[in-house]
Design a protein around this ligand. Structure first.
Ligand SMILES: NC(=O)C1=CN([C@@H]2O[C@H](COP(=O)(O)OP(=O)(O)OC[C@H]3O[C@@H](n4cnc5c(N)ncnc54)[C@H](OP(=O)(O)O)[C@@H]3O)[C@@H](O)[C@H]2O)C=CC1
Ligand SMILES: Nc1nc2c(ncn2[C@@H]2O[C@H](COP(=O)(O)O)[C@@H](O)[C@H]2O)c(=O)[nH]1
Ligand SMILES: [K+]
Length: 484
């Protein structure tokens, strides 16, 4: 990346910058390869943040199916993480995981479950046999205490597991149906709607060596780090994220060395070499110190997060574009890479982070407002759907993380709150699912790369030309939704 004019003397956020187009011989946006340059080489350079309100099993599965990753947060008990990862690994890499209900499940419960996925239906099953489908619209018009068997439709497109996504698409178009139920010898395997069929041809899943979906696990720097890291690896984590607010501290450096040794010993025993991510830092020195302590990827960002009050509390942090640019440069000199973590609200921010040299981009709050995030879907007084989100350093998260400590220690820890305990992340009616956001982001990033004349993300970071804009420059780029 180079600056259009002279290198600015002050630090910049994503909103402060723009990219100018350059002469390009990339003739189609679909020719752009979005494989991450962080060493993990996931087909999509996007990571769902290790936040309790964001990443659970459904997020992990859906992100990986479309080529990205999700990181299970450090506050989830180890046995729950292990169970969740084994479910992610058992999920089909192409077909969506169905929501299943029994014939006597109430409509109320069925509706709650339907809100957890984007395909809008529950499959009614009895002893492995598919009895029919309940759609959200059918369920909404029924009494909440009615049962699934009272509202199901038996008019279902059944597809064999050997069908290609194109076959599914064509059958759904012919039969004017929204979703196909995929079976293997009568056993339910998955669900696919028309959009899912299209997406399966555009995205490739992020798979481990055994062809299963990948997922990561965050480990805190307190307590028995060796045991926690080992447990995460044994649970099947494909990447370990050493996670703390102030990553450039001795405690992190010590914890990172321990985690690296555990990882190396595990690789020696099993042949499975898992990369270690560590953060958060915002300087070249922080990056170098964490690489020396054993990190393969450095997580960058202090204070840009939507749930984060660190900058207001402490005055500490750094505008994120400059933080990523400096850290990515320092990491690249050591043959390593960074994740740009936090502050992403538009596809353009992802493109700018990648232009600054990030290997992947981590997103939290934006992804919290989707069907696949962990929380239950709630509705405000106008009937708009939202999810609750909260910061990992909020009093709410600290209470949860310190649940095994004394009441006194918990109260003391809660004094250092640096995050919001409750916020509403509305589901965008036009893009309520994580895959809708991925479509939006990836189409933006593909287009950015072609404007720069780049076929892949290495070329993009080399060729991008970035200018600094005023507030009115940013404002000019916004669409106008009603006349002025
Ligand atoms: N990217 C960001 O801007 C931020 C992210 N977060 C996220 O919040 C979660 C909780 O992180 P964290 O608060 O580090 O909690 P952790 O539970 O990871 O504990 C951090 C440890 O570091 C010590 N520490 C020393 N200085 C600091 C400092 N300035 N800030 C925080 N801890 C410090 C703490 O000791 P003691 O408590 O005794 O001081 C504690 O032992 C993580 O998921 C983290 O990623 C949190 C804040 C900022
Ligand atoms: N200072 C705090 N930072 C937090 C907290 N919870 C999460 N985070 C950081 O934000 C990013 C995600 O950013 P977003 O803009 O996409 O939401 C996350 O990965 C953490 O680094 C918090 O309570 N305080
Ligand atoms: K913030």
């Amino acid at each position: 990346m180079r600056f259009l004019n002279e290198t600015p003397a002050h630090d910049l956020t994503y909103s402060d910058v723009f990219m100018v187009p350059g002469r390009s011989d990339v003739t189609s946006r679909l020719d752009v390869d979005l494989t991450s340059t962080d060493g993990l080489a996931t087909p999509l350079p996007l990571v769902a943040a290790n936040m309790t309100a964001v990443s659970g099993r459904r997020m992990a599965e859906t992100m990986a199916r479309r080529g990205g990753l999700a990181i299970f947060p450090q506050d989830i008990p180890a046995d729950v993480v292990a169970r969740s990862i084994s479910k992610v690994k058992a999920a089909h890499p192409v077909f969506d995981t169905p929501i299943t209900v029994a014939p006597d499940t109430t409509v109320g419960e069925t509706l709650t479950l339907i809100g957890k996925r984007s395909h809008g239906v529950a499959v009614v099953v009895q002893r492995d046999e598919v009895l029919g489908l309940v759609s959200a619209s059918d369920a909404r018009s029924a009494d909440r205490f009615a049962q699934a068997k009272d509202v199901l439709t038996t008019d279902v497109s059944l597809m064999d597991v050997g069908a290609s996504p194109e076959d599914v698409f064509n059958k759904l178009s012919e039969q004017h149906q929204k979703v196909a139920v995929v079976v293997d010898g009568g056993r339910l395997v998955g669900i696919m709607n028309s959009k899912g069929a299209l997406r399966s041809n555009i995205y490739s899943p992020a798979l481990d060596e055994q062809g299963r979906l990948r997922a990561g696990v965050a480990v805190g720097i307190n307590g028995d780090v060796a045991a926690k890291a080992r447990a995460a690896l044994e649970a099947g984590a494909d990447v370990l994220v050493m996670d703390t607010a102030h990553g450039h501290q001795e405690k992190m450096i010590g914890a990172l060395r321990v985690a690296r040794d555990v990882r190396d010993a595990y690789a020696g025993e099993t042949g499975r070499h898992v990369l270690v991510v560590a953060g958060n830092v915002v300087t070249a020195q922080g990056t170098v110190d964490l690489v020396e302590a054993g990190a393969d990827i450095i997580k960058v960002g202090v204070g840009p997060g939507a749930m984060c009050t660190t900058r207001m509390q402490t005055g500490v942090g750094r505008p994120q574009f400059s933080a990523v640019l400096e850290a990515a440069g320092a990491a690249a000199e050591l043959g390593k890479s960074v994740w740009a973590d936090g502050g992403v609200k538009f596809p353009r921010d992802v493109a700018l982070a990648l232009a600054a040299g990030a290997g992947s981009v981590m997103i939290g709050s934006w992804f919290a407002g989707t069907h696949e995030s962990t929380g239950d879907q709630l509705f405000d007084h106008e009937g708009r759907a939202y999810k609750e989100s909260f910061g990992m350093a909020s009093a709410r998260a600290v209470r949860q993380r310190t649940r095994e400590q004394s009441a006194y220690d918990r109260a003391r820890a809660a004094l250092f709150e640096e995050g919001i305990s409750s916020s509403r992340m509305y589901l965008d009616p036009a893009r309520p699912g994580i895959e809708d956001l991925l479509d939006w982001i990836t189409s933006g990033v593909r287009s950015s790369a072609t404007y720069a004349g780049a076929r892949n993300l290495t070329e993009f970071a080399e060729r991008a030309v970035v200018g600094v804009q005023s507030g009115s420059g940013f404002e000019e780029g916004r669409p106008v939704e009603k006349s002025w």
